[in-house]
Write a protein that binds this ligand. Sequence first.
Ligand SMILES: Cc1cc2nc3c(=O)[nH]c(=O)nc-3n(C[C@H](O)[C@H](O)[C@H](O)COP(=O)(O)OP(=O)(O)OC[C@H]3O[C@@H](n4cnc5c(N)ncnc54)[C@H](O)[C@@H]3O)c2cc1C
Length: 509
Amino acid sequence: MIQVVWFKRDLRTTDHRPLAEAAAAGPVLPLYVVEPAYWQLADTSTRQWLVLRAALTELSGRLAALGAPLIVRIGSVTQVLAKIHAAVGIGRLLAHEETGNLWTYGRDIAVRKMCLSLGIPLVEFSQTGVIRGASARDRWAAHYVRFMSLPAVPEPPRLELVPAAKVADIPTAGMLGLADDGWIPEGSGERSGTRESGLKLLESFLGGRGADYRRGMSSPVSGATCCSRLSVSLATGTVSVREVLQRVYAVRQQLAAMPAPQRPVPVTAVQSLIARLHWRGHFMQKLESEPELERRAFHPLHEAARLSTPPDDPKLVAWATGRTGIPFLDACVRSLIATGWLNFRMRAMVQSFASYHLGLDWRVSGEKLAQLFSDYEPGIHWPQVQMQSGQTGINTPRIYNPVKQGMDQDPEGVFTRRWVPELAVVPLSVLQTPWSAVDAELGGYPQPIVDVAAAARAARARLTAVRQTDGYREAALEVFRKHGSRGRRLEQDRQKIASEESQQLILPL
Ligand SMILES: Cc1cc2nc3c(=O)[nH]c(=O)nc-3n(C[C@H](O)[C@H](O)[C@H](O)COP(=O)(O)OP(=O)(O)OC[C@H]3O[C@@H](n4cnc5c(N)ncnc54)[C@H](O)[C@@H]3O)c2cc1C
């Protein structure tokens, strides 16, 4: 009987417990199933497939070097597994738990049922530190920190081949019916999302690239260089978050022992990176605990007040194509369309503008953003989309002003002019508000589709009306019980929510 190791968002051979356990027990069939139905979903895209394909190619080479190449099949996972079982008999199916989207959640349930009915033992292991099906957050942080402190699992020295397994080519985007979506992978020609590029990015960040991380991360100009850029390799799982954290903890210790002028990056930069890697688990736990949050608002009264947006809504189309007439916002969206990446603050601004100023359904705009992200990670994405749209009831709503953000984060106008070349000749003093100086459309650049200040006021009024509805606070406390951070004491947080309830904490950032 053979053992099948089913790869998902964990395309690596190191810190891969299912592979290590299988290798220690006997012949291994490493399997990846390309699921055409998944690639038709509205939150998936060609760029995500291209990233994954590069990671699969790299994994296949590594597995072949260990003795058992990756077996790639196209179809539904249940059908593929049933066929393998009928042909050679699966003794054990080993895999990592995955916090994916609702579709993969349903698929995993179907696989579990099938294993039960065919009598195949299914062994699943945690990999991101989240707790499967956790219903509340008490003691979560302690669990997470303990998991991340356990030694990473070494790569198996060799794999015993299953002789009957036939290797097949990894399909191209065209074979999956995925059209070119305008993505131009950036940089040095590294294959984005591979283990090789992830490890290089980590070392270059720790070796000096991250020196200005804390100051530079808020701007899309400096952020592109001084942020870690690990998100793509973490999303494909070519590098595990535990490997990254353990390397970063070790470097923090080395830096602390060095005289400050000799440190390639300040200790504070490394601490900020650690905090963000911890947030990763914190956010992913939300979707792990409630997969329906991909479609339903955290807070039931925000769900009840949900706005509906048809896919051809002209505001949605203008926003998603970078043609709102708000220069910095359009520059951010256009750069995202081309590169597949945007820094955190600008992601938050783009999402907040869609939900607040344009009054679009967060679910629809969130899908558009997911498609554009080469690092799409459902467990981070959907809770962040909701948070930046004021849907949680437990976070301070933030309505970003894209004009002010443009002036703050792109003071020389370099980024705005690069991505909105129609404004190349507009003086810097009115670059972020060209409508204030020029009446006609500039080189085809549109007039703004909303008045930024008036749209923010209307959004604030909508939000306040929901927050003043009877029962809002009680429902927010329930959201907090399930999903709120326990960084501070529970009772203090509860009091904070109660006091936020009575204030207008909507910051014009
Ligand atoms: C609306 C919205 C949607 C987002 N969708 C995604 C997504 O699909 N995939 C994704 O990886 N990130 C997402 N983020 C979080 C964040 O913007 C990206 O992780 C980050 O910009 C990636 O660049 P980096 O790897 O250089 O990040 P760094 O700043 O170097 O951070 C290192 C790592 O920490 C984690 N991280 C950083 N910021 C956050 C955060 N706020 N919440 C949770 N984890 C974080 C990521 O894994 C990241 O790779 C989203 C943020 C917003 C506001």
